[in-house]
Design a protein around this ligand. Structure first.
Ligand code: HEC
Length: 319
C-alpha cells in the first residue's frame, strides 16, 4: 500500500490528521474511521507502554517502509515516497507524544539482553536459557512506568537425580533514565527460597546500569549475595560491552566475584545476540562462559537463550 501526498499545511499535527488518523483515529486511540476496514486492528498510539518501549528509529522505519517490511500487516502503509525524512520524523514524534505522559523510560535505552549483566530496562518478556546442563524459564512483567517483576524456574540435568534446581523471584525499579545522556540505572533484589537444590534462603540486592556512548553499549551491575545464617557471602562486579552491527550485536561480559572467604573468580562471556524476527520482538543469543581466574578451573560452558518480548507483539506476528 502506498500513501497519500503531504497536505499543504505540513505541521506534525496536520500531517498526522492527513496521513494516519483514518486508521489510528483522530486521537491516536486506534479507532479507525467507519469507512476504513482493516484486517488487523491498528496500534493504540496513546498507550504509553507500547509507544515508549521501542526506539524512535523503529517507528520511523515502519512509517517509511510500511508494516510489511517489519512483518506487520500490509494495511500499515509506507510513507517513504509521500513524505520527506524530516516530515516522517515529525509525524512519528507527534504520534509518540500522544501518550501524553512523561517519565516512561525511552526505548532508545532498551539495550540487548546479555548473559550476565541484569538489564536496567523494565521488560515484558519470556526467556528460555540453557547454560551447560542447566535450563531456566524466565517471565518478566512491567507494572506502570518503572517497575518490573520477574519469576524464574531452573532445572539441571546432570548425574544427580533431582533435576529441579529452584526458583527465584525478583523486583527491579528504574530509578533514573536520561535520553539526553543515553543512560539509565535501576535497583533491584532477587530472592531464592530453599527449594529444589537450594538449601537456604538467598537474597541478592543489585544495582544495574546501561549507557550508549557513541556506537558502544555498556551495561554494568553490582550484586551483593546474602545467605541465611552466613550473611553477606560475596560481591560481584559485572560489566558488558557490545556494538550493534545490523541484526546482530557481538558482546563481551566480564564478571568478577569477590567472596568474603575464598578465592576471587573472574569469568568472561563472549556472546552473539541476534534479532530473529523482522520486528525484533524475538531474539536469541549464543556464547560461552570461560573462567579466566579462580578456584577449580572449570571447563567453558556453552550458553544460549531465546527471548520473546510479548509486550511488543504476539509471538507469530512480525516475522
Ligand atoms: C490504512 C490504515 C493505516 C494508516 C493510514 C496508518 N496506519 Fe499505522 N498501522 C495500521 C495497522 C493496521 C497497524 C497494525 C499492524 C500490525 O500490527 O500488523 C499499524 C501499525 C502502526 C505502527 C506499529 C505499532 C507497533 O505496535 O509497533 C506504527 C508505529 C504506526 N502504525 C504508525 C502510523 C503513523 C505514524 C501513521 C501516519 C503517518 C500511520 N501509522 C498510518 C494502519 C494504518
Amino acid at each position: 500500500m502506498t500513501a497519500a501526498q503531504a497536505p499543504a499545511d505540513s505541521g506534525p499535527a496536520a500531517l498526522y490528521q492527513a496521513w494516519c488518523s483514518k486508521c489510528h483515529g483522530t486521537d491516536g486511540r486506534g479507532r479507525a474511521a467507519a469507512t476504513t476496514r482493516l484486517a488487523v486492528p491498528p496500534a493504540d498510539l496513546q498507550e504509553c507502554q507500547a509507544s515508549t518501549a521501542e526506539p524512535e528509529a523503529r517507528w520511523i522505519g515502519i512509517v517509511t517502509q510500511g508494516g510489511a517490511a517489519f512483518g506487520l500487516s500490509l494495511d500499515m502503509p509506507a510513507f517513504g515516497e509521500a513524505g520527506t525524512p524530516a516530515q516522517i520524523r515529525a509525524v512519528v514524534r507527534y504520534a509518540r507524544s500522544l501518550c501524553g505522559d512523561s517519565g516512561w523510560p525511552p526505548g532508545e535505552l532498551n539495550f540487548p539482553r546479555s548473559f550476565l549483566v541484569e538489564k536496567a530496562f523494565p521488560e515484558n518478556e519470556w526467556v528460555v536459557t540453557e547454560a551447560g546442563r542447566g535450563q531456566a524459564l524466565i517471565y518478566e512483567r512491567r507494572f506502570g512506568k518503572r517497575l518490573q517483576v520477574e519469576g524464574a524456574a531452573r532445572t539441571v540435568f546432570d548425574s544427580l537425580r533431582r533435576p529441579f534446581d529452584g526458583v527465584t523471584a525478583s523486583l527491579k525499579y528504574n530509578v533514573w533514565h536520561s535520553l539526553e545522556r543515553r543512560a539509565l540505572a535501576s535497583l533491584g533484589v532477587e530472592a531464592t527460597p530453599p527449594l529444589g537444590r537450594q538449601e537456604t534462603w538467598e537474597i541478592e540486592p543489585f544495582v544495574s546500569f546501561g549507557a550508549n556512548p557513541g556506537a558502544l553499549v555498556l551495561q554494568g551491575e553490582v550484586v551483593a549475595s546474602w545467605e541465611e545464617a552466613a550473611g553477606v557471602t560475596a560481591f560481584s562486579y559485572r560489566l558488558g560491552v557490545g556494538r550493534e552491527v545490523g541484526r546482530v550485536v557481538p558482546m563481551l561480559d566480564a564478571g568478577w566475584t569477590v567472596p568474603r572467604a575464598g578465592e576471587h573468580a573472574l569469568s568472561l562471556y563472549p556472546q552473539l545476540w541476534m534479532r530473529l524476527s523482522r520486528l525484533g520482538h524475538v531474539a536469541a543469543s549464543v556464547g560461552a562462559e570461560v573462567r579466566a581466574v579462580g578456584p577449580e578451573p572449570r571447563r567453558p560452558r556453552l550458553i544460549a537463550f531465546v527471548l520473546w518480548d510479548y509486550g511488543d507483539a504476539p509471538l507469530l506476528h512480525g516475522w
